[in-house]
Design a protein around this ligand. Structure first.
Ligand code: GTP
Length: 363
């Protein structure tokens, strides 16, 4: 059962370059990429608000000036938003320290810190209450993954005290990993060195453990997704459209697909699997689109097949082309009869001629 807290402050880390999501992040920072019809952060902001967060400091760096025009002072969202920019990226810890200049919280108050690229269904209110009750220095949301070899893992003792931060290894001791949502006691943030590049995962948290501070784990098994890769980004949008993760920011009812104003989907097209169709986008007859993100003003031509893919703003996918697990940059044109599978990425503005790329063994 979700529950809210009075007037909690938060820091939102949104300054990363999002290199794994290129070319999508060349023009737009990851937290602003359209996800289930709205900028990704809109889902996080709405969710944070539902738990009683009222004031959020954005820790910006990469493409910092793009955030304020989208979210402004936050009044429209029932929030107060403040923007703190690093001149040079300071890493996760340095960014938290820098953003703390914008907090009003006192030394003993809890402050929520969120990575700006996580979708999570966990009960933030319960995490904060656990932090306060145990008088922890930091309380980390921990999620369980099927394959922990891809992540550093975070073992805990039987009272949920974090005992170590372990690097990636083929033989992890636990499947619990850092889920990117922290509650800090404000005074602990003030111990992070100012103006320096600091990683919370590699420096701050291991340092607190070494000096005997209570670093508490908040293990949880609800919905969790790091949208850092194209495949995960598409999955996140799809899950929100399908309602697998409820979001107060979804601009319409959950269902098989979502269309934004001005989108035109032919009655002879098939759009399914949690696809988001951007504003003024066109899906022509005979096309089939499943589980994908279609940007504003893009065109999916007759008979094209688009599965688990991202098609950027103003891009054209011509007739009969097949996309699966592909990313098409903004304004790119994929000529007819192409086949782009398994992680293919087309850079913004590039034009691929007819039948230029095919994966089939018979070509
Ligand atoms: P990749 O380059 O693809 O790894 O993505 P990323 O740049 O977002 O890095 P990562 O996923 O490790 O970042 C986790 C969170 O911290 C994201 O929300 C980033 O926006 C944020 N972040 C990472 N580095 C910085 C930084 O130097 N400054 C600020 N303000 N935020 C950062």
């Amino acid at each position: 059962m979700e529950s809210s807290l009075p007037d909690l402050e938060a820091i939102l880390l949104v300054g990363g370059q999002g290199t794994r999501l290129r070319p999508l992040t060349l023009g737009t920072p990851k937290p602003l990429l359209p996800t289930a019809g709205v900028p990704f952060l809109a889902h996080q902001l709405a969710r944070a608000r539902s738990f009683g967060v009222r004031r959020i400091v954005f820790a910006t760096s990469y493409k910092a000036s793009m955030f304020e025009p989208v979210f402004g002072d936050g009044a429209a969202l029932g929030l107060e938003l403040v923007y703190m920019t690093e001149e040079e990226p300071l890493g996760t810890g340095g960014a938290i320290r820098n953003a703390a200049q914008g907090l009003t919280a006192g030394p003993a108050d809890p402050v929520l810190v969120l990575n700006g690229d996580i979708l999570s269904g966990h009960d933030i209110g319960d995490q904060v209450r656990r932090h306060v009750a145990r008088e922890a220095a930091v309380t980390l949301h921990l999620t369980e993954v099927d394959d922990p070899t891809r992540f550093g893992c975070v073992p805990t003792d039987d009272e949920d005290r974090v005992t170590a931060f372990l690097e990636k290894t083929p033989t992890p001791v636990t499947n619990r990993i850092n889920a990117g949502c922290y509650v800090f006691t404000r005074s602990v943030i003030d111990t992070i060195p100012a103006g320096e590049v600091v990683s919370v995962e590699r420096q701050t948290f291991p340092g607190l453990i070494a000096s005997g501070e209570l670093v508490l784990g908040y293990p949880d098994r609800t919905y969790w997704l790091d949208v850092g890769t194209p495949a995960a980004f598409v999955r996140g949008s799809r899950d929100l459209v399908l309602g697998r993760l409820a979001s107060p920011a979804l601009p319409g009812p959950a269902g098989e697909f979502l269309t934004l104003p001005g989108a035109r989907v032919s009655a002879e097209a098939k759009v399914t699997g949690g696809t988001a169709v951007g504003a003024r986008a066109v899906v022509e007859a005979g096309a089939s689109v499943a589980g994908s993100v279609l940007g504003d003003d893009c065109v999916i031509g007759e008979g094209a097949s688009v599965t688990d893919s991202v098609v950027g703003r103003g891009a054209h996918v011509r007739s009969g082309t097949v996309l699966r697990d592909a990313v098409i940059g903004d304004r790119a044109v994929v000529g007819p009869g192409n086949e782009l599978l398994a992680g293919s990425r087309v850079w913004p503005g590039v034009e691929l001629p007819e039948c230029a790329v095919r994966f089939s063994s018979d070509v």
